[in-house]
Design a protein around this ligand. Sequence first.
Ligand code: GLT
Ligand code: MN
Ligand code: MN
Length: 403
Amino acid sequence: MTDYTPTPADKFTFGLWTVGQTGRDPFGEATRPGFSAPHIVRKLAELGAYGVDFHDNDLIPLGASAAQRDQIVRDFRAALDDTGLVVPMATTNLFTDPAFKDGAFTSADARVRAYALQKTMYAMDLGAEFGAQTYVFWGGREGTEVDGGGKLLDALAWFRDSLNFLAQYSQDQGYNYRFALEPKPNEPRGDIFLPTVGSALGFIATLEQPELFGVNPEFAHETMAGLSFPHAIAQAIDAGKLFHIDLNDQKMGRFDQDLRFGAENLKAAFFTVKLLEDSGYAGPRHFDAHALRTEDAEGVWAFARGCMRTYLILKDKVAQWSEDAEIRAALEAYRVQDAELEALSRTYSSTNAQALKNRAFDRVALGQRGLGLEHLDQLTAELLLGVRGKASTAAPRQMVTTA
Ligand code: GLT
Ligand code: MN
Ligand code: MN
């Protein structure tokens, strides 16, 4: 992997809607033509991707006839078979159609909620037809601008009922999907329900079959909320709930930019890759991003190549970081160990509690210790900037002093 060329073993995936995005935004028309689904499949395979994901209507346009559907499915299947690309994840478009203007599963209109269930069941059928194992719920329209409708508590209950219903449908059909809730704080709604990874994790615990549900955190979405993406995915990993991931980039406090992975926050991207690699996350590395509106078709593929290449470069940097002797020494100095105290504190017993209460701590000395994080962070920055050559990791160095 020295030239950072991806292979399917790297498990990189893209949504049809990502590289297929035409540059349209709320203020301007498309700046480039889209690509057909089979073209996307062939092109992604050529670039070394592993798979492709879709919303029902990325593949089958709303209102397509049965004959059109069959033709589309045949062409898509042929491209997958030719290339070996897989479909690990599928999802439903519950946001474009005006029917969903006030939400899908959380609409105040019972008819819309029922239609959303129907649409999702058909979309789950379609995903399963292509072997998808993860099903994503991004509740883009599940929210409000004004709360005068008084549905906040009802909406959560309706949302829960729908997810419970669909989990049973999945099992009934033998699909056995793992469901991944994707949080986002706002856009397109003023406030979206379950706005952050933490909110989604809390909600999952209230479902009938919580073990079937996890999260699909997106870098841009946590960043929009002013939160740290590495912190969010660490919590998801800790809870055993990182079922899928949407990698991209974002400036804090802006509209959802869906920038190329690593385009903006390289250090957070680095720690994201480190968490995924170190934790043994085995799922797809999915890029939910799109090329800048300034780009033509060539720019789109440069964007896709860039996402994967940056991931692989950062993966290499993660390995380098873990082996770097000076970084290891700084880490060792930072993380003070004390076997006796850890034995006393990790598990409760009345003896341990009493021993801790009797213990004298040098509070002032604890407060005076310098932690060396400036040094450690600078080493990390220099490693990312490429001035810590591999040679510097080979020869162990003196343990650093932070004075
Ligand atoms: C939409 C959204 C993404 C979601 C997709 C899945 S659709 O593009 O902005 O974050 O992951 O529904
Ligand atoms: Mn996004
Ligand atoms: Mn996303």
